[in-house]
Write a protein that binds this ligand. Structure first.
Ligand SMILES: Nc1ncnc2c1ncn2[C@@H]1O[C@H](COP(=O)(O)OP(=O)(O)OP(=O)(O)O)[C@@H](O)[C@H]1O
Ligand SMILES: [Mg+2]
Length: 369
């Protein structure tokens, strides 16, 4: 592989917006970030995407309309990136798309997007639909980022965990002996965002400031932790299909008198504990846990994670991926630039030991410029 320039676009389960990076990917050594952009989704787009998480009427039409709106958002993000470095020739865009259903047990996952429109608007090769091939090979189609985490954050002889706290949380375990494993641990910000939206009318709890003044409700925390998904052995992946507002309502039915602020604090502890239990169980020798994704900015959540690791007898120190040289909000978008490069060079992008697929597979589909 030569030193090439790619664009990576990630919009995840939080439905907050699209993170984009323009990056030089060298043969050996670290990726060089050349430009970054973040475009929040317009509220109407967010609502359309949310509506499609549940079965509803006239879904084929709604999905197609959403796909076009997303492609236009992605194209705007590409435009912003390219305006920061107009002289650079971009090899291809790697775009994740917006997950509206993730049902690997039924043999499908849907990352809505209109890559043909994005190719038309950007004039660039677009690589999209990275997850389907892994599922076709019997895998979960997720998480796909561990191979990239290994490539940029791995250190021989040291066990490191990279924890991406987006809407859902996933961990990559970069074992000391060179093996890489990983899975979705459970919720990230998705329940936190839903709860503060309901009670404070805010999209998210900035820096965890609201949760910081709440008190964890131990019985509620235990009820949340009873979710069977959390005890399932990997490979496993999840999404809004399981962890949604109705799931939380159901659990809260037995706790009608709780103060909303205490529920927020408990949800923070829930995300932190699910991560810590997974790490203690599957990476007992982890020296460090490096957090990326928007959760890295939630101070209360980061404190809870350190606490929960100690409670689960893990000596791992918690930091963000910034300590390893990559800002937390750029990691996932970089991963999709990297996966696009893998596709362009017909290199596999999945790790069968992570996803459970029958073997290594080339991930993605090309929409030529
Ligand atoms: N300053 C902040 N304080 C607290 N939480 C924050 C802050 N900034 C971002 N977040 C949280 O991070 C979320 C967005 O994170 P991110 O973009 O990594 O997730 P995502 O789009 O769901 O991606 P994925 O699930 O694919 O990893 C927001 O919805 C919010 O909950
Ligand atoms: Mg996001």
């Amino acid at each position: 592989m030569s030193d090439e320039i790619y664009i990576g676009l990630m919009s995840g389960t939080s439905l907050d917006g699209v993170d984009g990076v323009l990056v030089a990917l060298p043969v050996d050594g670290a990726p060089e970030l050349l430009a970054a952009a973040y475009l929040p989704f317009p509220e109407v787009l967010r609502q359309q995407a949310l509506a499609l998480q549940q079965p509803g009427e006239n879904e084929i039409h709604s999905e197609a309309v959403l796909a076009n709106a997303l492609a236009r958002s992605y194209a705007d993000c590409v435009q912003q990136l390219r305006s920061q470095a107009p002289e650079l020739a971009v090899r291809a865009i790697g775009v994740h798309g917006q997950t509206i259903r993730h049902r690997p047990e039924l043999g499908y996952t849907r990352q809505t997007n209109n890559p043909a429109l994005l190719a038309e608007l950007s004039g660039l090769d677009v690589i999209a639909d990275f997850r389907s091939r892994d599922i076709a090979a019997g895998g979960q189609g997720a998480p796909l980022v561990p191979a990239f985490h290994r490539a940029i954050f791995g250190q021989p002889g040291v066990c490191r965990v990279v924890a991406n706290i987006g809407g859902i949380s996933n961990i990559s375990i970069l074992h000391a002996d060179g093996r890489t494993t990983g899975f979705d641990t459970g919720p990230g910000n998705v329940l936190l965002d839903a709860w503060i939206a309901l009670h404070q009318g805010k999209a998210y709890d900035e820096n965890g400031a609201w949760a910081a003044y709440g008190t964890v409700i131990p019985a509620l925390l235990q009820a949340l932790l009873a979710e069977p998904y959390l005890q399932q052995p990997p490979p496993k992946s999840t999404g809004r299909d399981l962890f949604h507002a109705d799931w939380l309502d159901e659990k809260l039915r037995e706790f009608p008198a709780c103060a909303p602020i205490d529920v927020q604090a408990t949800l923070c502890a829930f995300t932190a504990t699910t991560l810590a239990q997974a790490i203690a169980r599957h990476a007992p020798d982890a020296a460090g846990v490096y957090v990326c994704g928007g959760g890295a900015f939630n101070i209360r959540l980061m404190q809870d994670l350190q606490l929960a690791l100690r409670e689960n007898s893990s000596a791992a120190m918690v930091g963000s991926t910034a300590e390893l040289g990559v800002a937390p909000q750029h990691v996932e978008a970089l991963a999709f630039a990297w996966l696009a490069q893998r596709f362009v060079h017909r290199q596999p992008g999945n790790l069968p030991e992570v996803t459970g697929a029958r073997g290594l597979r080339i991930l993605g589909a090309l929409y030529p410029a």
